[in-house]
Every structure is written in C-alpha cells, then in structure tokens.
Design a protein around this ligand. Structure first.
Ligand code: FAD
Length: 305
C-alpha cells in the first residue's frame, strides 16, 4: 500500500510545472537523467542510436508533453523534421523509427482546434518519416486522451498505414481496442499513468492478466505486435505466443540493457525506446514511480555530490 501511495505521489509530482522548471534547470539530477535519457541534442540522440543499432532497433522520442504554447508545439515538429533528416543522412532510417506524443504536438493546447493542430503536426512528421524511409509510433498518454489519440492514429493511417498505435493493459477498454487494432502495428504496454479505478485496473496482478489477454488477441492477428515491457514473465509469455510469427520486444533505454542484449543475441527483434531533449522531467519521474530502486539510485547520486 505504501508503494502505491509513493507511486501516486510521484505521478502527481510528474505533472507539476513548478517542480519541472526547478528540476530541468538543476545539475544535481544529471546522473540519474543520463541513465535514462540520451542527452539533450540531436547529435547525442543520433550517436546513442548508432551505438544501439549494432544489435537492436531503436525508436527515438523527442522529450516534451502537455504543451500549452503553440510555438512550442511547432518547435517540436521542427525538432522531429531535423531528427528524421539526420537519421536518413546517416543511414540509420532502416533500423531507427520515431515515437511522438500528441500532447507535445498541440493536443493539449487551449481552444477547440487542438485535435486538428495535433493531427496536422503529426501528419507532417509522418510525411518526413516516409521520405526518410522509416516509421512513426504514436505514444499513448492519460486515459482522457485515448479516444482522441486513437482517432488521430486512424486518420494518419489513411495515408500512412504503417503508423504504430499504443495500447495500455491497465485500461479496462484495451482488450476491445486490441481487437480493432490487431491487424496493424500495435505497441502493448502496461500504462505509465495514474488512472482511476472506474477506467483502469489498479492491482498489479490484474494489469498483468489484462496484458496477457491483450497479447493473445494481438498475436492472433495479422499485424505486428510490439511488446513493450521489462517484465520477464510477460516477455516469456510473449515469446511463447509469438513463436513462428513476426513481433517485436521493446524496452526503455537504460532499463535492463543486459537483458536487451541477451534477447537480441537469442535472435529476438528488440527495439529500444530512446528519449532525448531538455524536457525530461515528466518522463523521468514516471520511471522513478515505476521502480523505487530507481529512486534510491537517484537519492544516492544526490548524497554523494
Ligand atoms: P513493471 O511492472 O514496472 O516491472 C515488472 C518487472 O520487470 C519487475 O518486477 C522486474 O522484474 C522487471 N523490471 C522492471 N524494471 C526493471 C529494472 N530497472 N531492472 C531490472 N528489472 C526490472 N507507457 C504509456 O503509458 N504509454 C506509452 O506510449 C508507453 N510506451 C512505452 C514504450 C516502451 C518501449 C516501453 C518499454 C514502455 C512504454 N511505456 C509506455 C511504459 C509502460 O507503460 C510501463 O510504465 C513501463 O514499461 C513499466 O512497466 P513494465 O511493463 O516494464 O513492468
């Protein structure tokens, strides 16, 4: 119970603008940031991706979320266009795709046309990805955005059927979403947001069972299941259910890197989610909420300064 309280407190802190500004300017946090984030510049992101593609695939995420300034959303699009150009010029586009958060592209702007702005921005990124010879996956955020995000993915897929969707096993609706999406590229994850019991499973065991039910649906479909978890039991189940058919295992940069390499060496298709950029606060605090051991690592790095 105390672990759940810590998780909820951290997930609440992950949305605090004041804490975010303080943290992103503080050099004290650098060691823990560096473990999970591939630097702040496109050069650093490309260098980290180049090191990983020796044995793994990569999806690069430009950090940022819940943008309330139109200029910031436009700047995020530009950052992706620069990144995609670099991936293409450096010959990495066949092994490196990008992940985008619609809330960084305008979905959470005030006003009635936020969804349209996010769609237009995402479309420009998809066109650039197509030109570069790679793909885009649209991350999933809090449950109030699920319908809007899946709607935008559907619209993007009219021109770009390869656009990846993400579903979260924690949500009660997700089995139904898996049935609809099973013919396409779908990333299945547990879900990183603190959701109410009305829409989400709150017990870890319930989330795990939902994850397995979703896996069965996706692995029975004709699409590409992308199984995003560090959970060794769920990875084993995915490998078993996926035998003889295409699928991907996905993990976060900095989490279980030895296991990532071992799975790749065993012949698995492994993709690393690689975030970069200055706005790392929300992402990092969600990682701390997932694993109290990460918090201890963080506290130690502060104390040994
Ligand atoms: P957990 O329940 O956190 O951990 C299960 C078990 O995994 C642990 O008991 C332990 O055995 C092992 N484990 C976990 N971490 C470690 C570690 N550091 N060292 C050793 N063992 C460990 N969430 C979203 O809401 N939207 C998204 O779009 C999204 N995209 C994602 C993309 C990728 C590639 C990944 C990997 C995750 C993504 N997530 C996303 C986050 C996801 O929802 C979970 O919050 C996160 O992955 C933690 O859950 P878990 O499945 O790894 O299992």
């Amino acid at each position: 119970a105390s672990r759940d309280m810590l998780r909820s407190a951290l997930l609440a802190a992950s949305r605090s603008g004041a804490l975010r500004t303080f943290a992103e300017d503080s050099p004290l946090l650098r060691p823990v940031v560096d473990r999970f984030v591939a630097g702040t510049t496109v050069d650093e992101a490309v260098a980290a991706a180049r090191a990983l593609v020796a044995d793994r695939l990569v999806t690069v995420d430009h950090l940022g979320e819940d943008t309330t300034e139109p200029e910031q959303a436009a700047a995020t699009v530009e950052a992706y266009l620069v990144l995609l150009r670099r991936l293409s010029d450096d010959g990495l586009a066949d092994r490196v795709e990008v992940s985008v958060k619609l809330s960084a592209l305008g979905q959470s702007l005030p006003g009635g046309d936020a969804g349209k702005i996010a769609l237009d921005h995402a479309r420009r990124i998809c066109e650039a990805a197509h030109a570069a010879g790679t793909t885009v996956t649209v991350d999933m955020e809090g449950h109030t955005t699920t319908d809007s995000t899946l709607g935008i993915v559907r619209e993007l897929r009219v021109d770009h059927p390869w656009v990846g969707a993400v579903v979260q096993a924690a949500l009660r609706r997700t089995e139904g979403d898996c049935r609809e999406l099973a013919g396409s590229r779908v990333r299945l994850c547990k879900g990183a947001y603190d959701e109410p019991a009305s829409v989400a499973f709150r017990e870890r065991a319930e989330v795990d069972r939902s994850f397995v039910r979703c896996l069965r649906i996706l692995m029975a479909g004709s699409g590409l299941p992308m199984v995003a978890t560090h959970d060794p039991v769920l990875i084993d189940i995915a490998r078993h259910l996926g035998r003889g058919r295409p699928y991907e295992l996905q993990m976060l940069h900095g989490v279980r890197p030895g296991e990532q390499r071992a799975l790749a060496a065993a012949g698995e298709r492994v993709r690393v989610y690689l975030p970069y950029g200055a706005q790392w606060y929300g992402y990092l605090v969600r990682r701390l909420a997932e694993r109290p051991a990460n918090l201890a690592f963080f506290a130690r790095s502060l104390l040994t300064k």
